[in-house]
Design a protein around this ligand. Structure first.
Ligand SMILES: Cc1ncc(COP(=O)(O)O)c(C=O)c1O
Length: 425
């Protein structure tokens, strides 16, 4: 029995399902990590994997990025949690307001789920309306109003027990990439407070917006006075410095950030229009609070991350996109050589494969992918020292630390994996 198997046996006794987040489990047991550096993860069994999970997108600069680690280290000597305001929180909010197109004000929080939950409450407080519209396959965290037809781990499960029917009843779900469906849903429900959307779906595999789709979403929400929330938890500071909003040139009313903001430290933010943000307590009457919000260690990590991203944006974003493109080009060549039916979606530093001949443009088409082949791919890649998220309904992430040599090894691993899969078909 290897060390990971032993550890999983122990974990199951004290951690439900042996893990602290469902997407981390896969049959028969996940490998356990001991350390991570750059583009690589090391396991309890002394194996080293090229990592394309990258903290589900959080590690935009790579594991253990030196300026982030330095900033955390030096902050530790000065205290971790004050629960009174600090100048560095202002600095971080100013940086967010400088780079995020819709941001006139920001509120710091800890996780993406918190950010979307409070952005929705804020939209309700601002509009004095109740209902939420989300998209099939869109994932916004694990809270009650957004779990209907959600992506990520929830995509492989029946509707979650314990979610109040009364809460779900306030959420309408429409297909992505279908502006007419969104327009109809808003017309049908004049009590709609907000539309929350991942501008690029990254939790049902990777699904891109069709041309002008996001412009249409903006037009429809604006014409109906509905608050548009971009969930940029994945795309923020990753797709571009100013997230999907900068990438596509569209300004939502509010945006939620987490993941890449702290390059591996837990930190999140809501940012947006001053008139909406001012509704947050104590300025306004929409209550949101958190003991750990703005804690010094996470803030130090986020400032160091943003400083690096701002300073080197002209090097970082083109580089990670180039590395991702070369991996995707290599994968596409290997797929045609192996004669496998597969659609590859990619944008910026993100990519995912779907084993279907159809174009993947929404949840319904994503779910046509052959899950058994995807699972074979995951196993074959792992045998070749490449770790991708263990689910079809996630996305692979390239970081600034991934080198050309990493890309070549990755293409080689995919090519061999495809040959094995084809042989056994
Ligand atoms: C788009 C999106 N929104 C929200 C969340 C929730 O973030 P967290 O896991 O930090 O609560 C996630 C997590 O994967 C996400 O991908």
């Amino acid at each position: 029995m290897n060390r990971s198997e032993q550890l999983f046996g122990r974990a199951k006794k004290v951690l439900p399902g042996g893990v602290n987040s469902p997407v981390r489990f896969y049959e028969p047991y996940p490998f356990f990590a001991t350390s991570a550096r750059g583009s690589k993860l090391t396991t309890a069994d002394h194996k080293t994997y090229l990592d394309y999970c990258m903290g589900y997108g959080a590690m935009v600069l790579g594991h253990g990025y030196s300026s982030v680690i330095e900033a955390v280290r030096s902050q530790l000597d000065n205290g971790t949690l004050f629960c009174v305001p600090t100048e560095r929180e202002i600095k971080l909010a100013e940086m967010i307001c400088k780079v995020v197109p819709c941001a006139e004000m920001a509120r710091l929080l800890n996780t993406g789920s918190e950010a979307t939950m409070h952005a929705i409450r804020l939209a309700r407080a601002f509009t004095k309306r109740k209902c939420v519209i989300k998209f099939e396959g869109g994932y916004h965290g694990a809270h009650d109003y957004v779990l209907a037809k959600a992506g990520s781990g929830a995509a492989s499960m029946p509707a979650s027990e314990g979610v109040l029917e009364e809460a779900s009843a306030q959420t309408a779900v429409v297909p992505y990439n279908d502006p007419a469906a969104l327009e109809r849903a808003i017309e049908k429900n004049r009590d709609t407070a907000c539309v929350i959307i991942e501008p690029v779906l990254a939790n049902i595999g990777l699904v891109l917006p069709e041309k002008r789709y996001l412009n249409e979403v903006r037009r429809i929400t604006e014409q109906n006075d509905v608050v548009l929330i971009f969930d940029e938890v994945v795309t923020g500071f990753r797709l571009q410095l100013g997230g999907a909003s900068e990438f596509f040139g569209i300004k939502p009313d509010l945006a939620a950030f987490a993941k890449a903001l702290g390059n591996g430290l837990p930190i999140a933010a809501i940012a947006g229009k001053r008139e909406i943000m001012s509704k947050l307590a104590p300025a306004g009457a929409a209550y949101q609070a958190s003991t750990f919000a703005g804690n010094s260690v996470s803030v130090a990590a986020a400032i160091a991350t943003l400083e690096t991203l701002i300073e080197a944006k002209n090097a970082i974003y083109p580089k990670i996109a180039r590395t991702c493109d070369s991996i995707v080009d290599g994968i596409k060549d290997a797929l045609s050589a192996a004669q496998l039916d597969c659609t590859v979606n990619s944008i910026g530093s993100m990519f995912q494969l779907f084993f279907t001949g159809e174009k993947v443009k929404d949840e319904a088409s994503a779910k046509k992918s052959n899950a058994a082949i995807f699972r074979r791919l995951f196993d074959e890649l792992l045998k070749r020292d490449v770790f991708i998220p263990p689910s079809q309904f996630e996305t692979c992430f390239v970081s600034y630390a991934h080198s050309e040599d990493d890309a070549d090894k990755t293409i080689e691993a995919y090519s061999e994996a495809f040959r094995r899969i084809k042989k056994q078909q």
